[in-house]
Design a protein around this ligand. Structure first.
Ligand code: PFF
Ligand code: NA
Length: 448
């Protein structure tokens, strides 16, 4: 591979940029609300920190030892059946498919930044109407912002690892940190902050179902961008001397901190105005905007900061979703970066348009399969079934099909013999079983 490498800090920021996304600021708070608060957070912390860090180490290991595109790495690092393992590399198209609707959602966020400057909805009803109108009728606005996201993401990917991905993350990630810091300090000074803390940290174990455990594992994978060839691809451009164990811990810890801080901010603001935690998209696009209004002038400011923060988080994740396939096309088909980027961005752009129209009234019947819209199907199939499936491929590959001697050589100096043994045990036996449980539960084949 001839492309420039990340700097050490550049790699961490890029990986954190990929990990910290809509999954942290939007999804984590509402699943926490749905699964009863504290007990869910506790389980999530355990899974994100243990399973998450172990799988991160596995993915960084593949990238560091393979130094190529994901498909080639699975093929070349396999001690046997390389031709079959090559197929596992095609998990790289998953993030590209996810990107199609992720881009549409970032587009909504852009729209909400603009709304925040103009006028906030004054009641929950108005807020609901606004969002539903955008979603089901106003496809022009959605198309416009989806196109804006498409242009930004493409422009950055065209510039490559060093001048594109590394640079944008070096700018947006610190800014994101500052904005979240401001919002967090603001929240701490509101009375309901302590309610938010109780909600998120008092574990009520009677609310803890086995479903919550399985959901937490799924969320840990999604939030850390695992099982999709993303971290693997970024790691192929790791600087030579980096410590993959330390990097994994930093990435997982920052991602987790952001999720928790975002949750505390959101619940503080909601509880202060007596609002409920709502399900799904409604939390960020309906409940919060109507609450912002009640904060008066400060509310407008809060709203702008909040949506800018999610936009930054979303964009840096979006960029990471495109790079794996782009690199694959460059390496395997000797394409120029420009051509590879154009193919990938057109793919997600066009697919995004289909997902977008699947929510629009006039077309929704046509783009409906069973109960779910095309949009919901893409999200469901990708993030709840295929991501854990990709995770299984990764851990089985690392656990059983890579050269154990070489892995030991890499890892023992970094974490010592005992921890490497524990890591192997988790990767070989525990994590694959946990992921199978996630898939069985999500598909409804077996409900936990
Ligand atoms: N980790 C991102 C988040 O938490 O929002 C989500 C994500 C990134 C999903 C990259 C898929 C992906 F390819
Ligand atoms: Na995340």
């Amino acid at each position: 591979m001839k492309t420039a490498r990340f700097s050490r800090i550049g790699f961490i920021l890029a990986a954190v940029g990929s990990a910290v996304g809509l999954g942290n600021i939007w999804k984590f708070p509402y699943v926490t609300g749905e699964y009863g608060g504290g007990a869910f957070v506790l389980v999530y912390l355990i899974t994100a920190l243990f399973i998450g860090i172990f799988v991160l180490i596995a993915e960084l290991l593949i990238g560091k030892m393979g130094q190529s595109d994901a498909v080639s790495m699975f093929e070349n690092l396999a001690t046997k059946h390389g031709k079959i393992w090559k197929l596992a590399g095609f998990i790289v198209v998953l993030p590209l498919i996810i990107l199609s609707y992720y881009s549409v959602v970032i587009g909504w966020i852009f729209h909400y930044i603009v709304i925040s400057f103009n006028n906030l909805p004054t009641t929950v009803k108005e807020s609901t109407d606004n969002f539903l109108t955008l979603l089901t009728a106003d496809y022009q606005t959605q198309l416009f912002y989806h196109t804006v996201v498409f242009v930004i993401v493409t422009a950055i990917i065209l510039k490559g690892i060093k001048d594109g991905i590394e640079k944008i993350n070096k700018i947006l990630m610190p800014l994101l940190g500052v904005i979240l810091g401001i919002l967090f300090i603001y929240s701490i000074n509101i009375d309901s902050f302590s309610n938010a803390v109780h909600f998120m940290f008092d574990p009520d174990f009677s609310k803890l179902s086995s479903t919550a455990i399985v959901v937490a594992i799924g969320q840990a994978f999604y939030t850390l961008s695992l099982g999709m060839g993303i971290i693997i691809t970024y790691a192929a451009s790791l600087p030579k001397q980096s410590n993959i164990v330390k990097s994994s811990m930093i990435i997982a810890v920052i991602d987790t901190v952001v999720a928790i801080v975002a949750g505390l901010i959101i619940f503080t603001l909601l509880f202060d105005k007596g609002a409920e935690s709502t399900k799904g998209a409604g939390l960020v696009f309906i409940s919060l905007p109507s609450v912002f209004y009640e904060f008066g002038n400060a509310g407008q400011f809060l709203s702008i900061l909040f949506f800018v923060a999610i936009a930054f988080a979303g964009l840096t994740s979006a960029i990471s979703m495109m790079e794996p396939t782009v690199l694959y096309l460059i390496e395997r088909f000797k394409m120029t970066r420009t051509k590879a980027a154009m193919i990938c961005s057109l793919f997600f752009y066009l697919l995004g348009i289909v997902t977008l129209f699947s929510n629009v009234n006039e077309y929704s019947e046509m783009l409906k399969v069973g109960e779910k819209s095309f949009f919901d199907w893409v999200d469901f199939v990708c993030s709840t079934i295929l991501v854990p499936f990709g995770g299984i491929l990764v851990v089985v590959f690392v656990g059983y099909f890579m050269d154990k001697e070489k892995i030991n050589e890499e890892l023992i100096p970094l974490m010592g013999k005992t921890f490497v043994k524990i890591w192997f045990f988790m990767v070989r036996y525990i994590i694959p079983v946990a992921l199978v449980a996630v898939i069985l539960n999500e598909t409804g084949i077996f409900k936990f």
